[in-house]
Design a protein around this ligand. Structure first.
Ligand code: ZN
Length: 172
């Protein structure tokens, strides 16, 4: 793994010593030579939600960078004390106003969120149980769109792959 572009600590967050690099199982890891702290550069887990109305998918327009103004499934990072299903339901409610029930796992996708945040996104199928469609939180707009009539560019490769999987599943 190349760590040069990653958010590597220059100083140990515990004891402030200058960090060094250590080869561990073929991977260079940032290490504090004084207290032994190792900075593991793990992907950040998040959840995405696939809500459908007929054959239209719920997408939100992103209000903030990265990829501001582009579209994605309602998605967000897990909070420390959440399980991933709760993250999915919370993000759906915050961004779309819809209360949802998760109906199954759809896909697990990984990627690099600009500028350099490695992520793992768990996509669930969900159905509406309540609420009212309204853009909120970090969504500027929300709507349901046919796969062949998307409202604009889709922000992330993982989300484009999920759209392609849906298209294959539904057929022509
Ligand atoms: Zn240290």
């Amino acid at each position: 793994m190349n760590t040069t572009n990653r958010h590597v600590f220059k100083h140990c967050p515990h004891c402030r010593a200058d960090m060094a690099l250590r080869l561990e199982g073929g991977i260079q890891r940032p290490l504090c030579p004084d207290c032994g702290f190792v900075q593991y550069l793990n992907p950040a887990p998040g959840a995405g939600v696939i809500v459908l109305r007929e054959r239209k998918v719920c997408l939100v327009k992103r209000k903030f960078p990265p990829r501001q103004g582009q579209w994605s499934f309602p998605t967000g990072f897990m909070e420390w004390d959440e399980d991933v299903q709760l993250t999915a339901r919370r993000e759906a409610l915050e961004e779309t106003g819809l209360e949802v029930r998760l109906t199954g796992l759809f896909a697990v996708e990984s990627g690099i969120l600009p500028p350099d945040i490695p992520v793992l996104v768990v996509f669930y199928r969900a159905e509406e149980t309540g609420g009212e469609l309204q853009a909120g939180d970090d969504a500027e707009e929300v709507g349901f769109f046919a796969l062949d009539d998307l409202p604009g560019p889709v922000a992330f490769a993982a989300h484009r792959r999920v759209l392609a999987m849906l298209a294959r599943e539904w057929g022509p």
